[in-house]
Design a binder for this molecule. Structure first.
Ligand SMILES: Cc1cc2nc3c(=O)[nH]c(=O)nc-3n(C[C@H](O)[C@H](O)[C@H](O)COP(=O)(O)OP(=O)(O)OC[C@H]3O[C@@H](n4cnc5c(N)ncnc54)[C@H](O)[C@@H]3O)c2cc1C
Length: 108
């Protein structure tokens, strides 16, 4: 049974980046554990198709508690499988403007 220097739970966006960076050191043994599978569905290759993935095993299928404003629960999508939520997302990229972050230090 080999030993590992790092165990990462969840091969989603953050987990895959962490595993890739840590394993750049050939002397470091990294174990990446993922609850979902590694097989991609055809819709996962098409960003506009992401809503269709919410009914598949690539999504955990969570819903919120009942919301007091509406009296209903709503879907809470989260990716399940290699890539995590980045494997079911719309691949929308919006670069932040620095003014959007300038207040953060003053807010602690
Ligand atoms: C439907 C949807 C659309 C989105 N659209 C966009 C977009 O267009 N642009 C954008 O920038 N962002 C988008 N996002 C947000 C972005 O995808 C997420 O913020 C990001 O992927 C979260 O990364 P993460 O590493 O925190 O979690 P995730 O990528 O969700 O990774 C968590 C991983 O952990 C696994 N896991 C959980 N529990 C366990 C366990 N007990 N054992 C093993 N594995 C476990 C999960 O299966 C999953 O693979 C979207 C998100 C969703 C859900």
């Amino acid at each position: 049974m080999p030993g590992f220097d790092f165990v990462i739970v969840g091969a989603g966006t953050a987990g895959c980046v962490l595993a890739a960076r840590l394993s750049q050191d050939v002397n470091t043994q990294v174990l990446l554990i993922e609850a979902g599978g590694s097989k991609m569905l055809p819709a996962q290759a098409s960003p506009p198709a992401w809503p269709t993935l919410l009914q598949t095993p690539a999504n955990w299928g969570d819903v919120t508690v009942e919301q007091s404003a509406t009296g209903t629960s709503v879907r809470l999508p989260r990716g399940r499988g290699l890539g995590g939520s980045s494997a079911i997302n719309g691949m929308v990229f919006a670069r932040g403007h620095r003014l959007g972050y300038d207040r953060w230090p003053g807010q602690g």
